[in-house]
Write a protein that binds this ligand. Structure first.
Ligand code: ADP
Ligand code: MG
Length: 740
């Protein structure tokens, strides 16, 4: 017997091979499959006559007819087999061409009736239907139920080996069989209040909508539901945390003044405001959960050090965690410098070594004695990587955990540090990633937010310039001059996605396009962009992977453009130690130009770098571009950000212009959200926010509604005892996403 919980490999027609592929999307059971929703739809709902279709060049149409000819033809391009056919109805005929589907000539035969949906295109020999979706029918004009054509057709996000067509073919019969077994998960009062579609209806309409407004109604139900689950999850955690206690530490105003007086600069107003808010939180026994947000270079570390000092002088310990060794070392140097005059013992622990500084003297110690010192309270503040939360590393009296650039903002890290303990450390998370309000509410729930929204006064604004292809040479000359003055240059090269699947997708969508010329002096990123836009066939010759693309650019830069300069590559496939060594060499001035994919470590300070040059700038989100830009302009020298693009599309122009005009990360993140949708937000991928919730993120009202609903339910019924199905969903959901 098959039911909703049956494993997909046991479902007829799926089998082991497909089951394996589906598992890559996290689909394990029949239920998972029914909840695997389409990413978008094709509207093939209007069926027209072939005669009418022939008038609609360039449009996507749906027609019915009888096949009069069908055969495979050989082309000189081996990689692309063609199938040609002719179909006719009562008074016209049209040619059909399929690419890359040689089996079609066997599946479809002369005399078959078919319904086809595709683009009417023009080729040498005339008008044809370009790579249409197809399905066999009984006859023309009969009112048959259709799946792949003649309706609003679901399109799923595909990976290799699982097509939308196959998914429709599998999912539809399963829906007929099991829809009725799906139980309602939303509380009845919510369904009533917001007039949502009941779950069975919503699942059906999402896969095979009657109209687009049906699909929208179904979508908004699930957007709500997923955001609601996220909120329930967060609020439950929060309630648990609120029952714990932290060490309270009164603010020592005199000490804080002494600290700020010791700085070679004045704190900005934002820094003061944030420091004060944090110090106030630390006075309470309620565990603090605070997110300190501020652009790169806005001075978060000083604020953190100041609060740490106060906690230490209360007699407690502080842990300060950074994502990489190189940042750990940088923080260690900064913090031990800032706290040098306050008689504080600063320790550093990385995977490899341990160090301690006191009263301006620093020395190496063994990890063993480091751990000993930590346990008996000899170390006041421990700065380290993940090694700080490893087994065997114990604090005597930990009151505050500071996290720098941890994308999941520390809930997990704190869990490690508090395991089994009654007392919970306060948590201060710092990030330069600007997070729009909807996302902040969703991902961090009740995390308190504090913004450093101004830069120290001594900074010069980074000049941001969109560089047209014709200005490339000029830009290179400029770089040469800067380097000759001892300045450093970052070059960011976009990741180039796997070409094979792109090619296939492109051909399916647009059909073959005859060759066009791509200037040789264009680099790979530009060629790729052009190829993508004008000349899909030539993509085949670009079958390359990311590292190869970077290498080619490296060769070009080091041999042709800057033969006299010292250029080094940095990419994601390198070992951390190697990346770190390169970053340090760059910092020291032993490398002039650092060429990398988007891996440039967040937060690494290279004051001598004054140029950030970004290839294929349109491929990045605004927030990410802004982050890249933040790598320069970290000294009193004038810095520049060059955005290279060959993309003439207005939308991307508009986006890049926004970057030129704004220097405010939050503004840019909101713009990205507005222009490119929530999927573009930096970090959303890592957090694993499900699709529907993601779409809902664009809507602050929806987010607030789900929050209110979650609060209301939990206040009535904290354990969700009266909502068993919701409770079950929540448990599954927690496993699926990783907020904690
Ligand atoms: P973030 O961590 O926010 O990117 P940092 O804390 O590393 O920024 O600060 C960047 C640099 O600015 C450091 O060299 C720091 O000493 C300096 N700095 C911090 N606050 C100020 C300020 N108010 N005025 C001038 N310089 C500052
Ligand atoms: Mg920092």
């Amino acid at each position: 017997m098959i039911d909703l919980s049956t494993k997909i490999e046991e479902v007829p027609k799926i089998g082991l091979t497909y089951a394996k592929r589906l598992k890559k999307f996290g689909i394990k059971t029949v239920q998972d499959l029914l909840f695997y929703f389409p990413a978008r739809y094709d509207d093939f709902s209007e069926i027209i006559s072939i005669k009418q279709a022939r008038q609609r060049l360039g449009q996507t149409v749906c027609v019915q007819g009888q096949i009069t000819e069908i055969e495979n033809v050989n082309t000189f391009k081996k990689y692309m087999p063609l199938t040609e056919a002719v179909i006719q109805d009562d008074n016209a005929e049209i040619k059909v061409i399929w690419f890359n589907q040689p089996y079609l000539a066997k599946t479809l035969r002369e005399g078959d009736f078919v319904c086809l949906a595709g683009k009417v295109s023009l080729y040498k020999e005339g008008i044809f239907l370009n790579n249409p979706g197809y399905e066999r029918i009984n006859g023309i004009g009969e009112n048959e139920e259709l799946t792949h054509t003649g309706r609003i057709v679901p399109v799923y996000s595909e990976t290799r080996g699982v097509t939308s067509r196959w998914l429709r073919y599998i999912i539809k019969p399963l829906l007929y069989r099991f829809l009725e077994q799906i139980q309602e998960s939303l509380p009845e009062e919510i369904i009533k209040k917001y007039k949502f579609l009941p779950i069975q209806e919503a699942v059906w309409q999402l896969h095979f909508p009657d109209t687009f407004s049906h699909a929208d109604a179904a979508k908004s139900r699930f957007s709500f539901e997923e955001l609601f689950l996220i909120q329930l999850n967060i609020l439950k955690e929060k309630m648990k945390l609120m029952q714990k206690q932290s060490l309270a530490c009164p603010m020592d105003a005199g000490l804080m003044k002494k600290f700020t007086d010791s700085l070679p600069f004045l704190l900005t107003d934002s820094q003061k405001k944030c420091a004060f808010a944090i110090l106030k939180d630390l006075e309470k026994t309620v565990p603090m959960s605070r997110l300190l947000e501020g652009d790169v270079g806005s001075g978060k570390t000083v604020v953190a050090a100041m609060c740490a000092l106060n906690v230490i002088k209360c007699g407690h310990q502080v842990a300060f965690m950074a994502p990489t060794e190189i940042l750990t070392k940088q923080h260690f140097k900064t913090v031990s410098g800032l706290l040098a005059d306050f008689g504080i013992r600063v320790g550093m622990l990385t995977g490899k070594n341990a160090r301690v500084c006191k009263d301006g003297e620093c020395f190496e110690i063994s990890k063993k004695s480091f751990n000993g010192d930590l346990e008996n309270g000899q170390i006041d503040i421990a700065i380290g990587t993940h090694s700080l939360i490893q087994k065997g590393v114990n604090f005597k009296d930990l009151a505050l955990v500071i996290l720098d650039e941890q994308h999941r903002f520390g809930v997990e890290q704190r869990d490690h540090l508090i395991k089994g303990k009654k007392l919970v450390p306060h948590l201060l998370s710092m990030t330069a990633t600007p997070i729009p309000r909807t996302l902040a509410l969703t991902v961090y729930g009740d995390l308190d937010l504090c913004l450093i929204d101004e830069m120290p006064k001594n900074r010069k604004k980074v000049k941001t310039i969109i560089v047209e292809p014709s200005q490339r040479k000029e830009a290179y000359e400029f770089i040469k001059r800067e380097v000759s003055e001892g300045k450093g240059v970052f070059v960011i090269f976009p990741k180039i996605e796997s070409q094979a699947s792109k090619l296939k997708e492109a051909i399916e969508k647009h059909g073959p396009v005859s060759g066009s010329f791509i200037p040789q002096n264009y680099n790979l990123a530009e060629r790729y962009n052009l190829a993508e836009r004008y000349n899909l066939n030539s993509l085949a010759s670009l079958a390359i992977n990311e590292v190869k693309a970077l290498k080619e650019e490296y060769e070009r830069l080091s041999k042709e453009i800057f033969p006299d300069l010292r250029i080094t590559m940095l990419h994601g496939k390198m070992k951390p130690a190697e990346k770190e060594r390169i970053m340090l060499d760059f910092k020291k001035g032993e490398i002039d130009i650092l060429l990398s994919t988007s891996v440039v470590e967040v937060g690494v300070d290279v004051p001598r770098a004054t140029i950030m040059m970004i290839e294929g700038a349109e491929r990045f989100g605004l927030s990410q571009l802004h982050q890249f830009r933040g790598r320069v302009g970290r000294s009193d020298m004038q810095s520049y950000c060059f955005l290279f693009t060959t993309d003439p599309s207005m939308l991307n122009r508009k986006r890049l212009k926004a970057l030129v005009e704004s220097n405010n990360g939050f503004e840019l993140a909101e713009k990205d959200l507005e222009i490119r949708g929530p999927g573009s937000l930096y970090g959303t991928q890592q957090w694993g926010i499900p699709d529907m919730a993601m779409q809902g993120l664009a809507n602050i009202f929806l987010v607030e509604k789900t929050r209110a609903a979650a609060k209301e339910i939990l206040e009535k019924d904290p354990e969700l005892k009266n909502y068993p199905i919701l409770h079950e969903r929540l448990k599954n959901f927690q496993q699926r996403i990783h907020f904690e």
